[in-house]
Every structure is written in structure tokens, then in C-alpha cells.
Ligand binder design. Structure first.
Ligand code: GRF
Length: 200
């Protein structure tokens, strides 16, 4: 399966996916292209260092529909079959979602449906939750809403700050994303309503 990674920043989830492919724990998957909406994304640099095709398609000053059209074109050009958002800080247009039906994944650093949007680790601390975590889910037209592929949890500690909690969640993200991709490309799972379950 040819995957395309969309990112806007550091790219640690992208690196975790690339490493899982490299060490053989994510078979039958190839990163066809890494796309960023910002030239200064660390993830682009990391991709180039690994010899993975990487391109910035700058979104600044561009209409959303126009930018998404360029992204779709680049993904199609790379013959991408599964799109993986990894810290891509833009909401996709319905046209984008429709261009890859059932084939866009996202990772979110909370246990959905709690804490959608931004700064969710801080929001979780502010709410006083005792368990936090991350979610890999399919992308639909609503933000942080699609069918959940898998979640991983961490305990919230009394002494946690946003930084320490985010770092502990990130460790789980780096396990969750490769595993979620493995499940999705395996063909062993299916969505029954909102439940993504193993075929027997
Ligand atoms: C992660 O916390 C991810 O869950 C969120 O954005 C962050 C991206 O981190 N969507 P990185 O760029 O993969 O290091």
C-alpha cells in the first residue's frame, strides 16, 4: 500500500511510521510521499534525510479549496492509496475527504470523543482527567470525528505538566500509528457502523 503523509511540523509520528516500515514491523507499506503545508516543517527535513520524496505546498495566503486541490494532485501523482495525517494542522475540505473515501487516517492526542481541537493535553489536565491518551481515526467531514481505529492510554500523574503529559502520550502515539496502519492495510478489519472490528 502506497501511503502519503501530510504534516506541518516536527514529524515525529512520520518518523515512527518510517522506522516501523524500515524494521519490518509494518509490511506491505511504502511511503510514497511526504507533503507539508509549510516549508519549515522539521518532518520534511527528516523525510529528505531518509531519502523519501518530500514536498512543501505552501498554504499561506491560499484559499483552502485551492490548496487542497494541489495536495490532491500531488497525492494522486504519487499514486497514494492511503493518506495519513501526522500533525497536519489544517482542516480538510469535503472535496479532499471525498477524493480519498475511507482512506484518510489522523492521529489525535486525546481519547476521543473527549477534547477535540487544539491544546488538548492541557485541556485534559484542566479538566482533571486521570487517564489520557491518543486516538487514530478515519477522517470524515467533521473535525476529530471519524471511526476510531485504535486508542492507547496513559495515566495522568499528579505532577504532570502539559509538557510531561504530551511527551508520555507521544510515546504511545508512536506505537499507535504504525499499528493502526497495519490494521487498516491488512484487510482483517472492517467498520460496522462506528465500530472498527476484526473480521472473524
Ligand atoms: C501529535 O501530537 C499528533 O497527535 C497531533 O500533532 C502532533 C504532531 O506531532 N495531531 P509530530 O509532528 O508527529 O511530532
Amino acid at each position: 500500500t502506497r501511503i502519503g503523509i501530510l504534516l506541518s511540523g516536527r514529524g515525529s509520528n512520520f518518523v515512527a511510521i518510517a522506522e516501523a516500515i524500515r524494521d519490518g514491523s509494518l509490511p506491505h507499506v511504502e511511503i510514497a510521499i511526504v507533503l507539508s503545508n509549510r516549508e519549515d516543517a522539521g518532518g520534511l527535513e527528516a523525510a529528505r534525510a531518509m531519502g523519501i520524496p518530500a514536498r512543501a505546498i505552501i498554504s499561506k495566503g491560499m484559499k483552502r479549496a485551492e490548496h487542497d486541490a494541489l495536495m490532491i494532485q500531488a497525492l494522486r501523482g504519487a499514486r497514494v492509496e492511503l493518506v495519513c495525517l501526522a500533525g497536519y494542522m489544517r482542516v480538510l475540505t469535503p472535496d479532499f475527504v471525498g477524493a480519498f473515501p475511507g482512506a484518510i487516517l489522523n492521529i489525535h492526542p486525546s481519547l476521543l470523543p473527549s477534547f477535540v481541537g487544539l491544546d488538548v493535553q492541557q485541556a485534559a489536565l484542566d479538566f482533571g482527567v486521570k487517564v489520557a491518551g491518543c486516538t487514530v481515526h478515519f477522517v470524515d467531514e467533521a473535525v476529530d470525528h471519524g471511526v476510531i481505529v485504535l486508542q492507547r492510554t496513559v495515566d495522568v500523574l499528579d505532577e504532570d505538566t502539559t509538557e510531561t503529559l504530551s511527551a508520555r502520550i507521544l510515546v504511545e502515539e508512536h506505537k499507535a500509528y504504525p499499528e493502526a496502519i497495519r490494521r487498516v492495510v491488512s484487510g482483517d478489519y472492517t467498520a460496522v457502523g462506528r465500530r472498527y472490528i476484526r473480521l472473524t
